[in-house]
Design a protein around this ligand. Structure first.
Ligand SMILES: NC(=O)c1ccc[n+]([C@@H]2O[C@H](COP(=O)([O-])OP(=O)(O)OC[C@H]3O[C@@H](n4cnc5c(N)ncnc54)[C@H](OP(=O)(O)O)[C@@H]3O)[C@@H](O)[C@H]2O)c1
Length: 468
């Protein structure tokens, strides 16, 4: 049986609750890549997921309802397959009732259902909100703290259990976002850790201490943070960084030779931007790199006062082609996986500021924007500035509160409520609507297709909508 750091992740059955959500589905894929025989996915709405070489079983149901967890375990262990692992990633809502139901009651149901057939390992997904606190997310923080206590309680009875307090997989005001692959890369270590709880987050301690000044934890960490192991002047550090990207010795990166003459292209420039942001906390505009900047220019840029990094666009996907720009990027992990073009995520700042920031990654149109109301507001401003906006793709977005002249460009709205679609109809001249697909994976695929410029045959022109 293949082992990942000594933990069985090979043949056998696995249960993933919240299996159609962002983290649940990513984990199911990871399990499939690591030799799972059968994966049982659970969500209230169910869904259609295929994973190559794996027997995927879908159990649609509310994990908090009596009997659903039993059905999951029965489906997993049918034909005598051993139950290797459980990933409890079901989550919903922000208020106490909605949050506790899947997380807390769901965990208890799974515990009861596996009493006679304990798995080799058990992971409950929680969030860093329980570690650091998170203003406005009290219900999530307390439910996640309960999950951690529950893991300790299970372990005191000799049962496996680890709670993973994940940091942000998408843009977050406090934590740096973690690419999906990076989160999944941590799983072997989590499984091998044999700890009741682990926290995995990209943390900029200085920023967190600034944003959450009353958390002594961050101040203590800040005192412990060592200077970057890559010492030296900014010139020397930049030379090492670009040498790595360009595949040459640091001495070959002359300070006064434009980097484009040393082989820097748009793809490397995007990578360089992310690497410089990590190293110096400064977001370099890609156009600056491509317009012939040399190391002298960059050293000056990274040492001069720069905009706070939290305002900088996040590189969610590298690549070539017209980028997809998400306002805000939170909640679109699965979408990014389906894109083949670069993708940048923006903080929920004002639309004017967002326009300034988007020009640092894409100076001119045509633009492809996605997200909520903010994406639409950015499109309105860009159009007023004479820029071309190919498409704005909105998901369950609230229409503008104040009346406005109809926006002329193409808007595709994925909505759950007809009322919202009618609200949008009043301010869009070319609106297409489509009901949000049942599972997150299908939604992600549809969003990626629209943003890549492949209009849906299923989207309904707004003229067919009627007032109730
Ligand atoms: N995404 C992140 O960046 C992030 C960061 C830190 C921590 N986390 C934690 O990781 C976990 C998963 O997050 P996520 O981002 O993957 O969430 P998500 O995308 O919203 O997915 C959650 C899934 O749970 C399902 N679900 C909700 N209530 C359920 C119930 N009663 N029974 C069965 N299934 C239910 C939902 O499907 P239905 O609606 O069809 O039931 C949904 O597909 C959560 O505990 C979250 O706090 C996530």
């Amino acid at each position: 049986m293949p082992l990942v750091d000594g933990v069985a992740t090979g043949p056998g059955a696995y249960v993933v609750t919240g299996g159609f959500g962002a983290l649940g589905l990513a984990t199911a894929r990871w399990l499939a890549e690591h030799g799972a025989t059968r994966i049982v996915l659970c969500g209230r709405r169910g869904g259609d997921v295929r994973l190559s070489g794996v027997d995927v079983v879908v159990v649609a149901g509310d994990i908090a309802e009596a009997g659903v967890a039993d059905r999951l375990v029965a489906a997993a262990t049918a034909d005598g397959l051993p139950l290797r692992g459980i990933v409890h990633a079901a989550a919903a809502g922000d208020d106490v009732e909605a949050t506790w139901r899947p997380k807390v009651l769901g965990a208890r149901r799974l515990h009861e259902a596996t009493a006679d057939s304990p798995p080799d390992w058990w992971l409950t997904y929680a969030s860093a909100a329980a570690l650091f606190g998170s203003p406005g997310r009290t219900a999530v923080a307390t439910a996640d703290a309960w999950l951690e206590a529950f893991a300790r309680w299970r372990r005191s009875r000799g049962l496996p259990a680890t709670t993973v307090h994940w940091g942000a997989w998408t843009a977050d005001p406090v934590l740096d976002s973690m690419p999906v692959a990076e989160g999944l890369d941590a799983l072997p270590a989590v499984l091998a850790s044999d700890l009741p709880s682990v926290g995995i987050a990209r943390l900029d301690v200085g920023r967190a201490a600034g944003l959450l000044p009353r958390r002594p934890f961050f101040s203590a960490l800040q005192a412990d943070v060592q200077p970057s192991p890559a010492g030296g002047t900014p010139h020397e550090r930049l030379a090492v960084l670009f040498a790595g990207l360009l595949g040459c010795p640091p001495g070959a990166v002359a300070p006064d030779v434009p980097l484009v003459e040393l082989g820097l292209d748009s793809l490397t420039a995007t990578r360089a931007r992310a690497a410089v942001e990590r190293e110096f906390g400064v977001a370099l505009p890609v156009p600056l790199l491509l317009r012939g900047a040399d190391l002298d220019d960059l050293a000056e840029y990274v040492t001069s006062p720069a905009e706070p990094v939290r305002a900088a666009p996040r590189v969610l996907r590298e690549g070539e082609g017209t980028p997809v720009l998400l306002f805000p990027s939170a909640g679109h992990v699965a979408l990014v996986e389906h894109l083949t073009v670069p993708c940048y995520g923006f903080e929920p700042l004002g639309p004017e500021r967002c326009v300034e920031l988007l020009r640092t990654v894409q100076p001119t149109g045509p633009y492809r924007l996605g997200g909520g109301l903010l994406a639409f507001e950015v499109a309105v401003r860009l159009t007023a500035l004479g820029e071309r906006v190919d498409v704005v793709v909105l998901v369950d977005a609230t229409p503008p509160a104040t009346p406005m002249p109809p926006y002329p460009g193409r808007v595709v709205l994925f909505h759950a409520e007809d009322d919202a679609a009618l609200g949008w109809a009043a301010c869009c001249a070319d609106l297409h609507v489509e009901v949000v697909p049942e599972d997150a994976e299908a939604l992600a695929r549809r969003l990626a297709a629209e943003l890549a410029g492949h209009p849906s045959p299923g989207a309904t022109p707004v003229s067919t909508l009627e007032e109730p």
